[in-house]
Design a protein. Structure first.
Length: 81
């Protein structure tokens, strides 16, 4: 089983890295991009012996407590069996 975790800044939280990326794109001659928000992406391979429900609960805990900062970030968890 494989999991993907996407961590992004919550709406309203300033994203200076996203702004820097947007400016770099514009400086490279593109005016097709209105805004950029950056985030983090994790691929996690789950131990084969773990039951799906237990794996989902553990992955959710890891994403919430370790991979993201719940004060300023949201996360999305996708599990592929």
């Amino acid at each position: 089983m494989k999991a993907e975790v996407y961590v992004t800044l919550k709406r309203g939280v300033l994203d200076p890295q996203g702004k820097a990326i947007q400016h770099a794109i514009e400086a490279n001659g593109s005016d097709a991009i209105a805004a950029v928000r950056q985030g983090k992406y994790f691929e996690i391979e789950v131990a084969p012996a773990l039951e799906p429900a237990a794996a989902r609960a553990e992955l959710d805990r890891i994403a919430r407590e370790i991979l993201s900062n719940p004060v300023i970030e949201d996360y999305r968890l996708e599990i592929h069996e």
